[in-house]
Design a protein around this ligand. Structure first.
Ligand code: AMP
Length: 249
């Protein structure tokens, strides 16, 4: 079984994001970038499937400029076999990403495609569902447990009020939720080995997909600053402040 894992490079989740002074977006220059955390979970799941003998090959793909190669190398260091860099703009709309991935599925013919449930930079939560629709492939989203058995993918999802288990015929599209697994760290020898693993570069334009954006970011604003707290001297003082300052009583 071949597993294709789509990974996105995003601002590191532990970095404090700064909005650009012109409000056109967030600052990415000289900012630490990492693999999207939900994509790390997808890579981990694919590697576990390989380690348990269910999968034979794990291929990772990322769409973006040359910098995504660093993210692809970190996936190779974690245990992926091969990487594909689809060279194109860094900011692509989910539909464009989905169309490129759908075209890549046609080329690679994976039995399982793993994606993060959402990219933490744009919070779209759209690509997995769109790839499934474009390729007419069964989908399991927000997966917290995955079992591949007898040509099917059993996907457990945390839904309101309990767990839902779906059985999907393969090939299938699966998006990962937080509790699916806990990703490992790459060891130093594996980081060294990853440098020699194959990384192919394909041009996004070669996929015959219209890369032009259809939406425009009008403005990005930082959340309002939180006012500092106040220590009150007595319960009466507290009630007075709640009534006359905060106006909540
Ligand atoms: P989104 O729908 O944009 O929140 O992204 C969901 C998932 O789609 C991500 O976790 C990745 O698995 C995949 N994805 C989004 N953008 C890219 C990209 N530029 N390259 C590769 N995979 C991507």
């Amino acid at each position: 079984m071949k597993v294709l894992v789509a990974i996105k490079r995003v601002i590191d989740p532990y970095v404090k994001v700064r909005v650009k002074s012109d409000g056109s977006g967030v600052e990415t220059n000289n900012v630490k970038m990492s693999m999207n955390p939900f994509c790390e979970i997808a890579v981990e799941e694919a590697i576990r499937l390989k380690e348990s003998g269910v999968a034979e090959e794990v291929v990772v793909v990322s769409i973006g400029d040359n910098s995504v190669q660093e993210t692809l190398r970190s996936a190779l260091a974690l245990g992926a076999d091969r990487a594909i860099h689809v060279n194109g703009p860094t900011t692509l709309e989910p539909l464009v990403v989905a169309k490129v991935l759908a075209a890549l599925m046609e080329k690679e013919q994976p039995q399982l495609v793993l994606l993060g449930k959402q990219a933490i930079d744009s919070d779209n939560n759209q690509v997995a569902q769109m790839v499934a629709a474009l390729t007419d492939t069964p989908q399991g989203t927000f997966t917290s447990q995955l079992v591949i058995e007898d040509g099917t993918a059993q996907v457990t999802r945390e839904i309101d009020g309990g767990l839902e288990t779906l059985e999907l015929s393969l090939p299938a599209i699966v998006s990962t939720d937080l509790r699916l697994n806990e990703p490992r760290y790459a060891s130093l020898p594996n980081i060294m080995k990853a440098k020699r693993k194959p990384l192919d570069i394909l041009e996004a334009e070669s996929f015959n997909v219209d890369l032009q954006p259809r939406q425009q970011v009008v403005e990005v604003t930082a959340p309002p600053k939180r006012e500092s707290g106040e220590i009150v001297s007595s319960v009466d003082d507290l009630i007075d402040k709640l009534r006359n300052k905060a106006n909540v009583l």
